[in-house]
Write a protein that binds this ligand. Structure first.
Ligand SMILES: C[S@@+](CC[C@H](N)C(=O)[O-])C[C@H]1O[C@@H](n2cnc3c(N)ncnc32)[C@H](O)[C@@H]1O
Length: 173
C-alpha cells in the first residue's frame, strides 16, 4: 500500500514538472519498499542508484546504507564519477506519535539531505525531497537560496500535519 501511494506521488510530480528530462545521473534517497524505483524502471531510466538503510530485493541499482555514511558516499563516487544531475528523496526517519520529537528527527534528517546535496549535486542540477509542514521553514529557506527556482508540492492541504515536497532546480554552486 505504502509502495503504491509513493508510486502515484512521484508519477504526479513528474507529470507536472517533467523532472527526469535530460537527467543523466539520478540518486534516489530512501527507496524502500520500492514504489519510486518501480516508476523509474517503467520510464526506462537506467542511470540511477537507489539508496536505503533497509534491504530491498529486486533492484540491481540498489545501494544499502545511510545517506550520511562515508562508506555509502565512497560507493556512490565510484558508481558516478561525475556529479549527480537529479536527487529525488522520499527518505524520512521513523516517526513517533509526538510532533515535537518528529520535528527534531525531521530537521536532523533534512540536514543529511542538504549535506548530501552540497557534496553530490552538479551545478544546474535539481532536487526533490519530502518534509512535513511543521518543520522549521528557515532551514529550507536557507537551502533554497542555492537554487534558481523552487516549487512547493502539496498533496493534502489544510491539514495540521501534512507532507510537503520541495522541488528546487538549477543548483547555483
Ligand atoms: C517513505 S519510505 C520511502 C518510500 C519509497 N520512496 C517508495 O517509493 O517505496 C522512507 C525510507 O527512507 C529511508 N531512510 C530513512 N533514513 C535514511 C537514511 N539516513 N539513509 C537512507 N535511507 C533512509 C527509510 O529506511 C525508509 O525506507
Amino acid at each position: 500500500m505504502k509502495e503504491i501511494n509513493s508510486y502515484y506521488k512521484i508519477k504526479k510530480i513528474n507529470n507536472k514538472f517533467n523532472i527526469f528530462k535530460n537527467k543523466k545521473r539520478i540518486a534516489e534517497l530512501g527507496c524502500y519498499p520500492g514504489g519510486w524505483t518501480k516508476y523509474l524502471k517503467e520510464l526506462n531510466i537506467k542511470n540511477f542508484i537507489s539508496i536505503d538503510i533497509k534491504k530491498t530485493k529486486y533492484n540491481k541499482n540498489y545501494l544499502m546504507g545511510s545517506i550520511n555514511n562515508n562508506l555509502t558516499k565512497k560507493k556512490i563516487k565510484k558508481i558516478f564519477i561525475k556529479k549527480i544531475c537529479l536527487i529525488i528523496s522520499d527518505s524520512c526517519p521513523k516517526l513517533t506519535n509526538s510532533k515535537y520529537i518528529n520535528k527534531i528527527f525531521l530537521e536532523r534528517h533534512l540536514k543529511k539531505i542538504f549535506f548530501f546535496t552540497y557534496e553530490f549535486l552538479k551545478k544546474g542540477g535539481s532536487i526533490i525531497y519530502k518534509t512535513m509542514n511543521y518543520v522549521n521553514y528557515s532551514m529550507i529557506k536557507k537551502f533554497l537560496r542555492n537554487f534558481q527556482y523552487t516549487k512547493k508540492i502539496e498533496f493534502v492541504k489544510k491539514k495540521r500535519s501534512s507532507e510537503i515536497y520541495y522541488y528546487h532546480y538549477n543548483f547555483l554552486k
